[in-house]
Design a protein around this ligand. Sequence first.
Ligand SMILES: NC(=O)c1ccc[n+]([C@@H]2O[C@H](COP(=O)([O-])OP(=O)(O)OC[C@H]3O[C@@H](n4cnc5c(N)ncnc54)[C@H](O)[C@@H]3O)[C@@H](O)[C@H]2O)c1
Length: 340
Amino acid sequence: MKNILITGGAGYIGSHTAVELVKAGYEPIILDDFSNSNPNVINRLVEILGKEVSYFEGDCNDKEVLEKVYAAHPFEGVIHFAAFKAVGESTQFPLKYYQNNVGSLTVLLDFMQRKGVKNIVFSSSCTVYGQPDQLPVTEETPRKEAESPYGNTKKICEDILVDFVKSKAKVKVVSLRYFNPVGAHPSAKIGELPNGTPNNLVPFVTQTAVGIREKITVFGDDYDTVDGSCIRDFIHVMDLANAHVKALAYLEKQEDCFYDVFNVGTGNGNSVLEIIKTFEKVNNLKLNYTIGPRRPGDVVKIWADTQKINQVLGWYPQYTLEDSLRDSWNWEKSLSGELA
Ligand SMILES: NC(=O)c1ccc[n+]([C@@H]2O[C@H](COP(=O)([O-])OP(=O)(O)OC[C@H]3O[C@@H](n4cnc5c(N)ncnc54)[C@H](O)[C@@H]3O)[C@@H](O)[C@H]2O)c1
């Protein structure tokens, strides 16, 4: 069984990926400092998987921590999720973001080179496309100047990976540019756990439905879109998790010094108002929402061209938007004092 290090494996996308890895016959080794996750997620993973899960509490910027993990469980590949991700906070504390998001990648790559660990999947984001000139965006669509320090860390990390591969370092890299992950494991045992006020739409929707938030404000309904609200490509987190498994299998077949990048989205754009209405319909409830002014810096519309990931990795989403919004709601309802 192949050990795969998952940095940030107790987080939203990492925990779902741990489930998909086990299903595919890999052994996930989780390293997380729980700076943005709850240690109980590990117990939930044990419940879902019906087996123990190897995990370490620690900072992936710390070489000694990596040594300790490797000594206990030599790993053959890495999925690097660990990062800070709050766009607003990144404008206030840019160094915190550069240090953690960029710093940890350099520490990890150096460690991998020394140990001869070859495969790494990196969590990038559609934020690298900024406000795109053409839709849908392909992997060839030019990246735009980042709108925030967070977005810039993703661009810089992609560039570091390209340069590292060019230097003839014997690594093989896939960067996955995630669109908007939503949903939760269908068991409702794991899901997204936002810290404070959610930055993303769907957790805001579920928290409003459950009564934690009074109402949702839709930022603008006069854009040039189907109903005037912004458009995103919402991808179920289980489908996104599965893309990592496919990316690892793909890397295993490549020669050394390899780099590739894939969009991970559904290929469909859905508006903010569509999300609200679909959520209401699927879950049979009413949401309190109002229309507010446009929010500066918002990308108006973006969705993925997914032909590359479909054709090269053979990856296709299995879950619908309705599944995502049902699973997000079931997750929200399941939250108790234990994890919330
Ligand atoms: N969720 C999204 O909308 C989205 C979109 C595009 C890209 N991404 C990227 O995907 C990755 C995972 O995102 P997520 O939504 O699961 O976030 P998350 O915050 O839920 O998970 C990240 C995990 O990393 C851990 N962590 C942070 N710094 C660490 C460090 N130095 N050492 C060890 N652990 C550390 C946190 O405790 C957390 O458990 C991130 O790199 C994020 O930037 C997320």
